[in-house]
Design a protein around this ligand. Sequence first.
Ligand SMILES: O=C(O)Cc1cc(O)ccc1O
Ligand SMILES: [Fe+2]
Length: 453
Amino acid sequence: MPYKYLSGFGNDFATEALPNALPEGQNSPQKVAYGLYAEQLSGTAFTAPRADNQRSWLYRIRPSVCHTPYSPVTAASDIVGSFGVGSKDSHCVSTPNQLRWSPFEIPETGKVDFVAGLHTLAGSGDPSTRTGIAIHIYAANASMENSAFYNSDGDFLIVTQQGRLDIQTEMGHLLVEPNEICVIPRGIRFSVKLPDGPTRGYILEVFDRHFELPDLGPIGANGLAAPRDFLYPVAAYEDVDGTSYKITTKYQGRLFSVSQGHSPFDVVAWHGNYAPYKYDLRKFCTINTVSFDHIDPSIFTVLTVKTSVPGVALADFVIFPPRWMVAENTFRPPYYHRNCMSEFMGLVSGAYDAKAKGFLPGGGSLHSMMSPHGPDRTTFEKASVDALAPIKLRPDGLAFMFETSHMLSLAPWALDKNLAGGRVLQDDYYTCWQGLEKHFDPTKPEGVWADKK
Ligand SMILES: O=C(O)Cc1cc(O)ccc1O
Ligand SMILES: [Fe+2]
């Protein structure tokens, strides 16, 4: 499969797999070229201001509506849709505890595809009122066959951790490898193949608005993620009839499916600004202190979803990429911290500056609103005496954070102590801070660390 992309975050694209399949100068001609149907896919209200308005026009072999009625999927699922604690459906739990998970298991037996391999960890709000977010992981070992998925509840930002995802979408193909992310907006049908076999990763789902590049303020016109590095698929279609396709949607947190006798990937041409995209995190132009002190992690924001309050994100996607550390006279790891936001972290590879052990690739941690957290004892002690030479921090490491202004509720699966025979949820996480010693000595204004170098 040749993967071809169009570039530029939020551009208005036009792409066709057959010459002149796109109508000239209008969206809905009486007769569309090649006998195609025209269909609009709206990603914002019709009346959203022009700067926010997102929609695409799809020219396809059949309109999407040619399918059997939706019926609930009866197979057991670890997906949660509504996070109001106490709501009859939700079974979610609120806990301010600092939580950490060892690498989430990838199933070794049976065939588990991307949809069956979705597990919700935490979330807030409810898609029915377009408030909130959800955090899921996926752990799968099989490609989706003759099936597609779309999310009615919101947009998915997918962080691949192990294995590439070969994603066929209505707009074309995306090949996404670890160190890359992709965003599949609400409603867009996609099917995931696993060219490398077993796979794992993380998903940030937002129930309202869409991901945007952060404003750069005094940074200026350049830096962080560059718009031109966001890649969108070119139109690619298949004309397959007579095979039964199952299309599953997550709708208010529940799965429903329809069937149809033709491929849903029959879009010959499309134009517009509502489409899936991918981004290589290695292209992120990292900015940080060249003098002193630890800069807040918002400096590493790749994408953000705004709320109506200026500067307050519904969710930020933040990375901790390889970078030079040069800060002088500075405690360089993350500071001890209590936050009015909730912080979920994952690790794609390597290790993370605040934790000497226990936070592993494919695992995760959650530090909830106002729950204290920071470096473990080993990290604190080492960083308190380390020589402050310039160092290249973890050239192969990539950690990330989903940070949200909402309080999260925990899905039952996330707190299941028996996951993988009790090897996932770390009961003893809190102990990494228990040994932090008292160093206070009122007779030593210069502190105690000078003696310990
Ligand atoms: O590890 C964390 O908790 C994330 C984090 C990183 C950082 O560099 C500063 C603050 C912060 O919350
Ligand atoms: Fe933090």
